[in-house]
Write a protein that binds this ligand. Structure first.
Ligand code: GTP
Ligand code: MG
Length: 331
């Protein structure tokens, strides 16, 4: 038996090595196949996740001893190239950034020319404010952003509509069939499923060789909000959301793609001034999103996008409307 296990570990090690050149959790001392499985099962699938874990988390996940947990974290930390990049290298990466168009010039300008790849863009707002419409519009427009570009749509509320994609593709003068073909849709039935689907995007890129330029998660928070009710579950919910956001950020970063996530708002009845609404997910979602946009309904059926957080653009607002052909500027 132990022999078999050793063999299995060697095989897995080899497999993971072939897949990526970077070190894996199988390279950690004292981690056999069984421990590795346990770690992976709860999301500690790479060295980074171990390096930033606490010993208690590893102990909870695997039942390993305190000394080993501490050692693993230390080894993971030292073996990671805790990446410092020169400003010049960063600038080169910035030059590769592609900007996905919303359809409205004003909205694009608000974001510095469109939604950036390499970033998470969060839109939050009340029902009917246009979050899902923007997701559909981006799924179409992103395909013109790069050669053979593919959009991934993780649909948690069953609101993805291929009919709407056809309308938008027609509006943009694109071949509807081709556009539909290049959108990979998955329905997420609960928060765990949603997290798993986000992880699987990596396979689409690595194993199927797809040039994914956009990942939509609509809605990012609805399942989490529905499943974790009450104060007692808040910490667990935030922990899971945090992990989910990390996976999305890593996708955006390593594959130069844009992650677009939608988020609901909750009423804050104790607020007397300003807009009494607040995004779900608290500081975890807010902090992990590179750009944050608040969408609301304006006068006469228009919509207002307000940039509330961005690394390089000033706060501001843009007005637009949604019609059959897509997202449009107000004349
Ligand atoms: P929730 O998911 O309920 O929180 O809302 P949301 O922010 O995702 O709203 P969504 O993007 O679904 O907005 C739908 C709104 O877009 C509708 O209420 C319409 O006012 C507007 N809209 C305008 N033209 C069209 C159109 O041709 N098709 C569709 N589907 N919606 C349109
Ligand atoms: Mg929606």
């Amino acid at each position: 038996m132990p022999n078999n296990e050793a063999k299995e570990t060697r095989r897995k090690r080899k497999e993971m090595k072939e897949e990526k050149t970077e070190k894996t959790i199988y390279d950690l001392p004292g981690v056999g196949a069984a421990t590795a499985e346990k770690l992976i099962a709860v999301g500690f699938s790479d060295l980074m996740s171990i390096a930033v874990a606490t010993p208690a988390e590893l102990i909870d996940a695997t039942g390993m001893g305190d000394a080993l947990a501490k050692k693993l974290i230390a080894v993971a930390r030292s073996s990671l190239e805790m990446g410092f990049e020169s400003g010049e290298e960063l600038m080169k990466r910035r030059e590769k950034v592609i900007r996905l168009k919303t359809g409205s010039k004003a909205f694009d300008a608000l974001l510095g020319g469109g939604l950036e790849t390499g970033a998470i863009v969060e839109c939050f707002g009340e029902f009917g404010s246009g979050k899902t419409q923007l997701g559909h519009a981006l799924a179409v427009s992103s395909q013109s952003a790069d050669k053979d570009a593919v959009a991934v749509y993780i649909d948690t509320e069953n609101t993805f509509r291929p009919e709407r994609i056809i309308q938008l593709a027609k509006g943009a003068g694109l071949d509807e069939e081709q556009v539909l073909k290049n959108i990979k849709v998955a329905r997420a039935y609960n928060s765990d499923h949603q997290m798993l689907l986000a992880e699987k995007v990596e396979d689409l890129i690595k194993k199927q060789g797809l040039n994914v330029k956009l990942v939509v998660v609509d809605s990012l928070t609805a399942h989490f909000r529905a499943e974790f009710i009450g104060r007692g579950t808040l910490a667990e919910r935030q922990q899971k959301l945090n992990k989910h956001m990390h996976i999305l950020m890593k996708l955006a970063d390593t594959h130069n793609l844009c992650v677009y996530v939608t988020n609901q708002v909750m009423a804050k009845p104790d607020m007397f001034f300003g807009d009494p609404t607040q995004a779900i997910g608290g500081h975890i979602v807010a902090h992990a999103s590179t750009f944050r946009v608040y969408l609301r309904k304006g006068k006469k059926g228009t919509r207002v996008a307000k940039l509330v957080d961005s690394p390089s653009m000033p706060e501001g607002e843009a007005n637009f409307y949604v019609d059959e052909t897509g997202i449009k500027d107000i004349e």
